[in-house]
Design a protein around this ligand. Structure first.
Ligand SMILES: Cc1cc2nc3c(=O)[nH]c(=O)nc-3n(C[C@H](O)[C@H](O)[C@H](O)COP(=O)(O)O)c2cc1C
Length: 258
């Protein structure tokens, strides 16, 4: 059983690779939260995995909500692991996950992290073309090694991309996540065709089409930027500056719905 959350496909790509190596099944955290499905019996499971992106050195809000509500039955003696995807550094996101799981009574056995293209478009220009391909090729190599380590049921914190002073960095940075994950800066330009993809994929149900155009109907969202990156006509913008930036969607994540 592998739970994943993704905005632009990196984490789904990584989760798919681990699922293949483990012959395991993927479960969307977005779908679980939408359907309020929070009880899982692990009787027939050998291991339980989590794969999701690092946001502001910590956990995406939707992952937080999932952990706060989830109830695992028969988890005793099961190998529990986390694979974080990030654009640069995970900081203490792994530690935060382990702590929040421990608060719910679940022990985490192994922490992994991998760098993939950065999708934080308000600040960075996402890589495209050869640059994105090179980053993904390196990530694939590392995920294959992580898959072997998971197969061997290795235990411990094996994240090599935490950066300096990870705990302090997360303590400084993470509070900004909840302060900035407001939807008021999102808008759609006249290029919008009203296709409705953004409404369909938003993990928070924060977008509704009104008169054929997206309207952000919730004050806050997870800030995954799936709507912006995946808009087929680049109509979605966030504040000033994203119109000049590239868009990024992981090309290897299959069936990227939610
Ligand atoms: C709101 C937000 C915050 C982010 N914060 C970090 C961060 O603190 N450190 C980092 O290395 N990458 C950060 N990123 C980049 C993503 O973690 C990275 O691109 C990830 O692989 C995206 O996964 P996805 O394609 O599954 O959504 C952030 C991205 C977003 C959207």
């Amino acid at each position: 059983m592998i739970f994943y959350f993704t905005g632009t496909g990196n984490s789904k790509h990584a989760a798919q690779m681990i699922a293949e190596s483990e012959n395991d099944t993927l479960y969307s955290i977005t779908q679980a939260v939408r359907e309020r499905k929070f009880t899982y019996n692990l009787d027939d499971e050998k291991a339980i995995g989590f794969v999701f992106p690092v946001y502001f050195g910590g956990l995406p809000s939707i992952v937080r909500e999932f952990i706060e509500n989830v109830r695992f039955e028969n988890i005793k003696d099961k190998y529990v692991y986390l694979l974080l995807t990030c654009g640069g550094k995970t900081y203490d996101a792994g530690g935060m996950f382990a702590k929040r799981m421990a608060e719910r009574g679940y022990q985490v056995d192994a922490l992994y992290g991998v760098r993939m293209p950065d999708n934080y478009v308000p600040m960075f220009n996402p890589p495209t073309g050869e640059k994105a391909e090179a980053l993904l090729a390196q990530a694939v190599k590392e995920i294959r090694e992580i898959a072997l380590s998971i197969q061997a049921r290795k235990k411990g914190d094996m994240i090599a991309v935490k950066g300096m002073f990870p705990k302090a960095a997360t303590a400084l940075m993470y509070p900004f996540y909840d302060r900035t994950r407001k939807t008021k800066k999102f808008y759609a330009t006249d290029a919008c065709t009203g296709c409705g993809l953004c409404e369909k994929i938003c993990p928070c149900g924060a977008i509704e089409l009104k008169n054929g155009k997206p309207v952000w109907v919730k004050e806050i969202c997870a800030q995954c930027f799936g709507c912006l990156h995946r808009c087929p006509v680049r109509a979605i913008q966030f504040g000033k500056g994203t119109d000049k930036r590239e868009r990024y969607v992981n090309p290897y994540s299959e069936g990227l719905k939610i």
